[in-house]
Design a protein around this ligand. Sequence first.
Ligand code: SF4
Length: 292
Amino acid sequence: MYNSNMSKLKIAELFYSIQGEGRYMGVPSVFLRTFGCNFKCAGFGMPRGELSTEVETIAFAHDNTPYKDYKDLPLVSTGCDSYASWDPRFKDLSPMLTTDAIVERIMEILPHGEWRDEHLVITGGEPLLGWQRAYPDLLDHPKMQGLKEITFETNGTQKLTPEFKQYLENWKLKDNKSWCESITFSISAKLPCSGEKWEDAICPSIVREYEDVGYAYLKFVIATEQDFADAECAIAAFRKADFEGHIFLMPVGGVESVYSLNNRAVADIAMKHGLRYSDRLQVPLFKNEWGT
Ligand code: SF4
């Protein structure tokens, strides 16, 4: 039942685009990017063992002359390409919105003012951090009843709370949704090239549990053969915990200059090992601008 005591979510971005990655590549989608992450991933695009300082430079500039809008923030070629969705120095750019306000905005950006074939991507940051308690209010809103498919884009480190797990169980049974189509977990488990520690980032038992309530797949960001060797170790750990989902390899690169250097090489590695390749359509199509 819809709770009129609306929850609030801190929203970094809310936009309509085409899903560029993973299972739903090419599907028209509403992206709800929540604020906050438990990682920094400053190692992306850097020599092994080194961390990017690009965000420090942007934060310094923001301190002196604040950016007014998300869209004005510079894109980065190293580190996390969604830094403003978790770095506290940019938190003022992400408003706290009621679920009612979020739903009204979603209705404005959907092409027909209602859910049809579009799917909802709840992303971050890390969307399963503290916001699990607020999603039921959002999804139970009367105007969200036409929604049939949701993807949670997660780093795979956050356990589902028993309450939210139960809620998702019930949600996917409503309106005779097919369980395998209705809820997806796109898990981008972080390898050492992210700069995060293995023991913090590779959490097989947590990821295995996502399969209890939906279809889950792993997506590894790869730049080198060494990254692939790390991915193989991670895959072995996930399989040992009985994770059954598909495995995608995806090239590193939030900007075209980096992405185009290694997309073909990653596709070749995926083919060689019989794994799935995920592109990053948002890079060649939209240059990975904010809001795409
Ligand atoms: S987990 Fe994702 S959002 Fe969080 S820092 Fe890493 S790449 Fe960025």
